[in-house]
Every structure is written in structure tokens, then in C-alpha cells.
Design a protein around this ligand. Structure first.
Ligand SMILES: NC(=O)c1ccc[n+]([C@@H]2O[C@H](COP(=O)([O-])OP(=O)(O)OC[C@H]3O[C@@H](n4cnc5c(N)ncnc54)[C@H](OP(=O)(O)O)[C@@H]3O)[C@@H](O)[C@H]2O)c1
Length: 439
């Protein structure tokens, strides 16, 4: 039995420092679980002058990832670089060189996953990517193994801690979006350039990976509807609370009657649901399988330590395979031998039906509601309630309309028409409502 598994690490940023620390601090635990040692033989990074919280010993420092990829001694490559040109190639070349690979790179997997996974299957090399969704939460492993006897029916994920922090701070009335974002940046919960998080791009990348593992379906990222949180206002949070809802940015994937739909958008969910209780930077992924029923995975979705935990758990699983003589994976990267086994057809958001929340700022004049409700009626959208909120900005007042079940396509058309009305001062904010969710 091989008693040592050799590792090369590409990138020495936040997560990589956590990995090196974990390998050191939990060395005994790891060794006693594996019956072997994990030996870090080198770390490649572009810039060793940059100060790190946990500096790396000089003898391990390298400047070029290919010094690791081309090193025949190395068994496992960990890639912790991020979404940069050339990183997909690094993963592919590592697999081609016969290495087992671990990555946390949701962006690269969402964009180039098909090619990367095909390379893994063709070369018989293995790739694990637990840390790419939900940081330290082992939800991908659950989908691949613990839940693999099920047909997954729905996945609802709070998968971006930055957004959940901002949303739950707004929910507490701590300020409008811009102020709360500034505070999140000060605390290190949001990046200086927060676009990938607050516009739902990061959640979209994670959704693509969840869909692959949950349904065996490889979705084109460009087909998936995505909407971020940057135009939510305190008014929406207050109204949501009064109506018995909470707002969360959800990554949603559901299959029904031969169709799959997938989307990322702010969603009104029942205030007493489990996901409504997920606050701050925490993540939670709700998965319902046809035999297991509802399950919920909750924990820290980012950060040095939780993410390192997921990375090293992948390394250990790969090491176990290598130690038992299995170089190629028992399971395909997606967990499926056949792509899209249930032949699910993608249903675009336009074809979905759900209730809607429409927030409008309108001139305070008689007849305004009649104009708006007339447009909605023409598009076969029936109104469940109309709420006139307190508050005034100049001549305009806020108006919230809740609809019954309506077709997204019709809502989009109606809203375009409503926005053209002279009495409508700001484009309507549309928020989709999920009326039923596990309590
Ligand atoms: N941070 C989290 O909480 C978290 C959570 C889950 C998943 N992830 C994922 O984990 C990965 C790493 O994230 P991170 O936060 O640790 O990123 P990071 O702090 O930016 O670290 C990335 C490191 O890679 C280096 N690098 C860039 N190009 C390179 C190249 N061609 N060869 C070698 N090194 C290179 C960077 O150097 P320079 O700084 O000099 O460019 C930096 O030291 C990403 O894919 C991220 O999406 C992160």
C-alpha cells in the first residue's frame, strides 16, 4: 500500500492558505483516517512578494503551475486560482497528465465544465469540486452519493453569503442597499467590486453545478435567467414582512413533467419556511428527492476555513481511491453515467407560472390604479391584492400589487406597458413569489 499521497497546490491566496494550515493542524486526524500521509510537495503562485496572513515556507514556493502539473511524482493537483484565463487549461492538462484534481472554481466549472469533465472521463482521471458550491457544506457529495437513489425534484439554494448578508441586514432595517453594501465591504463580506455576487453571477455558476449533480443535466449558462439584488429597496422588505414573506436570493432548479427549469432571482418566500431563517453570510441548500423527501444542508458557504475543509475532504476522498489502487473514479464527475437520463427539456422562465409582487412608484392622481389594472387584465393577470404603502417622493407614492398565478411572459409584457405610462415614475420592480416551502 502506498503510504504517501503527494500534492501540488496552484495558487496561494485565501483558500490555499487555509488548506495548508488544515493539512498541518489536522495532520494526525487525516493520517489516522487515511492510513497514509498527505504530503504537500510544492505551491505555485505568480507573486510571492505579496504579504500573506500565513506565509509559506520558501522551500515549497514555485512560480509556474506547470512545474507541478508536469511533475510525475505528484498524485493530486489542487487548483485554487479563480476565474482567470488559462485556468481551465490547467485543469484539463492536469487530468491529461494523469493527476487527480481538486478545484473550488465554480466560475470555470460553470463555463468550461463540459470540456473539463469530458477530459476526466476520457483520461480516466478524477476531479472533485465540493468547495465550488456552498463552501464548507458537503452538498455536492450528498447529491453524488447520499441522495443518489432519488429522483431530485427541487433544489432551492441560498448560495451566496454576500447577498444573504446584505438582504438580511436590509430586512433588519439597517439601511438601503447602497449603505448596507458599503458596510459589507468594510467588514470583508463583499468584494471591492461586488458585481459577481450582487448581480447573481456567482449564484448562477453554483446553480449550473447543482443542476449537473442533481439531474445529470449540463445547462448552457446563457439560457438561465439571472437577476441580482441591487435594486431591492427597504420598502420591499417591509411590505414582504407585512404580507408574511421574507426575501431571499434563490438559485432554483425544479423538474416536473419532463421539464427542468433553473433560475436565479430574489424570491419572496413564506416567513415561516426553513430558508427564511437563514441569515447573514450563511448558506443553505434545500433538496427534495422523491423518496428521501425534503433535506436541508446549512453552513458557512465561504471563507478560508470552511472552504479549506471541503477542499481537503475532496483530497482525502481522492487519496483513498489512489491508495486502494483505483486511479480512475468509480463515479463520473457529475455522478451520472448518462447525460440527462430523464431527457428533461429546459423550460425557460417565460413559460413558468407563479404569483408576482409588483412595486411601483406612481403619481398620486385618481385613475392611476384603473390604468394599471386595465393593462394587467388585458394580459390575463388577475390581482390578488393592492397595497398602498406609506411614503411619498415628490408627487409620487408607492403602490404594491400582488397577483394570482400568472404566466411570466405575460407579466413581462404587461410590465413593459405599465412602465410606459406617464403616471409611472420608476420602472416597476417585479419579484417572484414562492408560496409553498418546507417549514
Ligand atoms: N474565498 C472564498 O471564500 C471561496 C469560497 C468558495 C470557493 N472559492 C474559490 O476558491 C478559489 C480560490 O479563491 P481565493 O479566495 O483563495 O482566491 P485568491 O485569494 O484571489 O487567491 C488566488 C491566488 O491565485 C494566484 N494566481 C493567479 N493566477 C495564477 C496563476 N496563473 N498561477 C498561479 N497562481 C495564480 C493569485 O495571485 P495574485 O494575487 O498575485 O493574482 C492568488 O494568490 C476560487 O476559484 C474561488 O472561487 C473561494
Amino acid at each position: 500500500m502506498k503510504k504517501e499521497v503527494k500534492i501540488g497546490l496552484i495558487g496561494y491566496g485565501t483558500i490555499a492558505q487555509g488548506v495548508v494550515r488544515l493539512l498541518k493542524e489536522n495532520k494526525k486526524e487525516i493520517q489516522s483516517r487515511l492510513g497514509a500521509q498527505l504530503k504537500l510537495v510544492g505551491v505555485a503562485d505568480k507573486d510571492w512578494k505579496r504579504k500573506r496572513k500565513y506565509p509559506l515556507e520558501k522551500s515549497l514556493r514555485l512560480n509556474d503551475a506547470y512545474q507541478l502539473i508536469n511533475n510525475p511524482e505528484i498524485d493530486i493537483i489542487i487548483e485554487l486560482v479563480g476565474d482567470f484565463p488559462g485556468v481551465a487549461e490547467m485543469l484539463i492538462d492536469s487530468l491529461k497528465a494523469g493527476k487527480s484534481v481538486v478545484t473550488a472554481n465554480k466560475a470555470v466549472l460553470a463555463k468550461y465544465g463540459k470540456k473539463i469533465f469530458q477530459t476526466a472521463v476520457r483520461t480516466g482521471s478524477q476531479i472533485f469540486f465540493e468547495a465550488s458550491v456552498g463552501g464548507g457544506i458537503p452538498v455536492l457529495r450528498a447529491l453524488r452519493t447520499g441522495l443518489c437513489a432519488n429522483q431530485i425534484q427541487e433544489i432551492y439554494g441560498i448560495v451566496n453569503g454576500t447577498c444573504n448578508y446584505i438582504i438580511t441586514e436590509m430586512e433588519q432595517g439597517r439601511g438601503e442597499y447602497k449603505d448596507v453594501l458599503k458596510e459589507a465591504q468594510r467588514l470583508g463580506y463583499a468584494e471591492a467590486d461586488p458585481g459577481a455576487d450582487v448581480e447573481g453571477i456567482d449564484a448562477l455558476h453554483k446553480l449550473v453545478i447543482l443542476v449537473l449533480l442533481g439531474y445529470g443535466v449540463s445547462l448552457d449558462i446563457n439560457k438561465i435567467y439571472r437577476e441580482g439584488i441591487s435594486d431591492l429597496s427597504l420598502l420591499d422588505f417591509r411590505t414582504a414582512q407585512d404580507l408574511g414573506y421574507r426575501l431571499r436570493l434563490l438559485a432554483i432548479a425544479r423538474q416536473e413533467n419532463g421539464f427542468i427549469d433553473a433560475r436565479v432571482h430574489p424570491t419572496l418566500i413564506p416567513a415561516n419556511s426553513l430558508l427564511a431563517k437563514v441569515e447573514g453570510v450563511y448558506n443553505a441548500i434545500y433538496v427534495r428527492g422523491n423518496f428521501v423527501g425534503p433535506t436541508l444542508f446549512y453552513g458557512q458557504g465561504a471563507g478560508m476555513e470552511p472552504t479549506a475543509s471541503a477542499v481537503v475532504s475532496d483530497v482525502m476522498e481522492l487519496a483513498r481511491n489512489l491508495l486502494s489502487g483505483k486511479k480512475s473514479s468509480r463515479i463520473k464527475p457529475s455522478g451520472y453515467y448518462q447525460e440527462n437520463p430523464r431527457q428533461l427539456k429546459f423550460k425557460p422562465i417565460e413559460e413558468l407560472k407563479m404569483p408576482y409582487y409588483l412595486r411601483l412608484w406612481v403619481l398620486d392622481q385618481p385613475g392611476v390604479l384603473a390604468k394599471i389594472s386595465g393593462i394587467l387584465a388585458r394580459h390575463k393577470i388577475s390581482i390578488r391584492s393592492v397595497i398602498q404603502r406609506e411614503g411619498r417622493e415628490g408627487d409620487s407614492v408607492p403602490l404594491v400589487i400582488i397577483t394570482h398565478l400568472a404566466l411570466e411572459k405575460s407579466v413581462q409584457k404587461a410590465v413593459r406597458e405599465i412602465n410606459r405610462l406617464k403616471v409611472v415614475i420608476q420602472p416597476a420592480k417585479v419579484i417572484r413569489i414562492l408560496t409553498e416551502l418546507e417549514k
